[in-house]
Ligand binder design. Structure first.
Ligand code: UD1
Length: 372
């Protein structure tokens, strides 16, 4: 049996790594790793291969950046000949990025069945490109591997036959649990002179937040107020770097390599590798974000999370976990963040099946084969 596992953008790597490892336990399954090249900077791609001990991809499509149409089309045209040559028994896609959608379309049109890992998530907001990617991928996939109960319910409501849906848990948490000891051993918070639980970590890259100068300015205003009370560490996504340069007075200082004691302030840096970042998040007092994955990682770590979005496709992080949605209202952002930094942040529990064994479950299901 031959399977192609697709990765393209930063949040795919931590989902694919445990799946590849689990698949390679089965000698009868030949698994090839395909990197579409949607993300290509060292800090957005190779750093994750290094930290997650992912082998070099068997195929690299070199798709790169572009508009949605250009990027999707480039991935499709580059993936099609690989499908034709390798004639796999199935393609595995993860998450909701443009590469997920593009490779699903290419595979299904050539009659190759697709398994979608992290199926069934819905924000019910079609202005998010990821929501469109999720809807199309789930409509075409043969096997829908879900992280939580709400995901199963969405798929059933959309008419997906129950026998195609398998709840396997959250595979990204497999990587988190496996990597946490190494991340802690790096000692990054201590090297920066940070007091555990008395600093914040910030990420921001949603087009709806960073491509709208008005929204970005409003959010930065709130973030500056949090940064007056505590150090706020902000690894800046390439998309955000472009737009932030246009907002005068963002007040970003460069994050030093080391410090005896880091004073309050907003500290910008390049995007960080997986282990460095995980080590910082694990000891943070609060995480401020608009990312999808980080809402889940903070729930798994028990760190309060303040999400700068109106809704979430990961509601279990709010109902069970440590996540609070504040939209783009700076007052709510500041109040929730400062409560958490004072030790009164939201507590939660870890959802069922976020237990570090999802990849094992996924590999066992995939090994049984797929049909269109
Ligand atoms: C993509 C995903 C998003 C995910 C995010 C994580 C889609 C539609 N979006 O968004 O769901 O949360 O990745 O990072 O697939 N760039 C670089 N270097 C890189 C990659 C990108 O400089 O290695 C810059 C380019 O200017 C590019 C821009 O970032 O145009 C956006 O990259 P793109 O992959 O289109 O979308 P993301 O915003 O990264």
């Amino acid at each position: 049996m031959k399977l192609l596992l697709v990765v393209g953008a930063r949040p795919n790597f931590m989902k694919a790594a445990p799946i590849l490892k689990a698949l390679r336990e089965f000698p009868e399954v030949r698994s090839l790793l395909v990197h579409t090249g949607q993300h290509y900077d060292f800090s957005m791609s190779q750093a994750f291969f290094r930290d997650l001990e992912l082998p070099a991809p068997d195929e690299h499509l070199g798709a790169g950046s572009g508009s949605h149409g250009e990027q999707t089309a480039r991935v499709m045209s580059a993936f099609e000949p690989i499908l034709a040559r390798e004639r796999p028994d199935g393609v595995i896609v993860v998450g909701d990025v443009n590469s997920t959608l593009a490779c699903t379309l290419s595979a299904v049109k050539l009659h190759v069945p697709v398994a979608h890992v992290e199926a069934g998530l819905r924000s019910f907001d079609r202005s998010m490109p990821e929501e469109v990617n999720r809807l199309v991928t789930d409509a075409l996939a043969s096997l829908l591997l879900t992280p939580s109960e709400d995901a199963d319910a969405h798929l059933l409501a959309e008419g997906v036959p129950a026998e195609r849906i398998h709840r396997v848990g959250n595979v990204m948490i497999d990587s988190l649990l496996a990597s946490l000891p190494r991340a802690r051993a790096l000692g990054r918070p201590a090297a920066l002179g940070l007091v555990p639980r008395r600093y914040a970590v910030l990420t921001m890259h949603r087009p709806s937040n960073v491509d709208e100068p008005e929204v970005l300015r409003r959010l930065l205003g709130g973030l500056a107020r949090v940064a007056r009370e505590a150090p706020v560490l902000f690894p800046v996504h390439p998309r955000t770097r472009r737009s932030i340069e246009e907002v005068a007075g963002a007040g970003l200082r460069p994050l030093p390599e080391a410090s005896g004691s880091l004073p309050q302030g907003l500290y910008g840096s390049e995007p960080m590798g997986y282990l460095d970042f995980l080590g910082l998040v694990a000891e943070a007092g609060v995480v401020l974000t608009d990312s999808g994955g980080l809402q889940e990682e903070t729930t798994a770590l028990g760190v309060p999370c303040v999400t700068m979005r109106e809704g979430t496709e990961r509601p279990v992080t709010v109902t069970t976990g440590t996540n609070t949605l504040v939209g783009t209202d700076p007052e709510r952002l500041v109040a929730t963040a400062l409560e958490a930094l004072a030790g009164r942040g939201k507590r939660g529990a870890v959802p069922l099946l976020w237990d570090g064994r999802s990849a094992e479950r996924i590999a066992r299901i995939l090994r049984r084969g797929m049909s269109l």
